[in-house]
Design a protein around this ligand. Structure first.
Ligand SMILES: Nc1ncnc2c1ncn2[C@@H]1O[C@H](COP(=O)(O)OP(=O)(O)OP(=O)(O)O)[C@@H](O)[C@H]1O
Ligand SMILES: [Mg+2]
Length: 141
């Protein structure tokens, strides 16, 4: 599945619709360059459980935890993760399947993602405010 969003708000709205369909143990891997909209996507997804301001980038904390009514959401930023030891230190393997994962910079941990990971690629389009969002592993939900 592929869609084009024309603004940050549209990306958030799209992610919110994804959020509404979550059961509680999905692993969502986000891919895309600096400033492409990974945090905006996460903010939108989480906003179906709370207000918009709850989400900030976990660049320094590596993982933020949000308690949705029925499950937790673990929001990872793998930008600084270089090896397995780094990854273990985030709690990635301890939290897996105990909540929903939303992962920024999934490129850095590609080898450690389970097979049933939902992969979401965000790319800039020619127009500055447009993003092409491609979903893999989501269609049969
Ligand atoms: N269609 C769009 N969807 C999402 N963001 C957009 C769109 N058009 C423009 N933007 C802008 O792109 C930026 C996305 O920032 P955001 O922090 O979400 O990116 P990121 O991928 O998380 O970056 P980082 O790699 O630093 O974590 C914002 O400034 C936002 O306003
Ligand atoms: Mg970000």
């Amino acid at each position: 599945m592929k869609i084009i969003t024309k603004s940050e708000q549209e990306t958030e709205n799209f992610a919110k619709e994804i959020g509404k369909k979550l059961k509680g143990d999905e692993i969502i891997a986000l891919y895309g360059d600096l400033g492409v909209g990974k945090t905006a996507f996460t903010r939108g997804l989480v906003s179906c459980f709370w207000g918009k301001n709850a989400v900030t980038s976990p660049t320094f904390t590596l993982v933020n935890e949000y308690a949705a009514p029925k499950f937790k959401i673990y929001h990872f930023d793998m930008y600084r993760i270089k090896n397995l030891e780094d990854l273990e230190s985030t709690g990635f393997f301890d939290y897996m399947y105990k909540g929903v994962f939303v992962i920024e910079w999934s490129e850095n941990i590609e080898n450690y993602l389970p097979e049933k990971t939902i992969k979401i690629y965000i790319e800039k389009n020619e127009n500055d405010s447009e993003r092409i969002i491609t979903l893999k592993g989501w269609d049969n939900k």
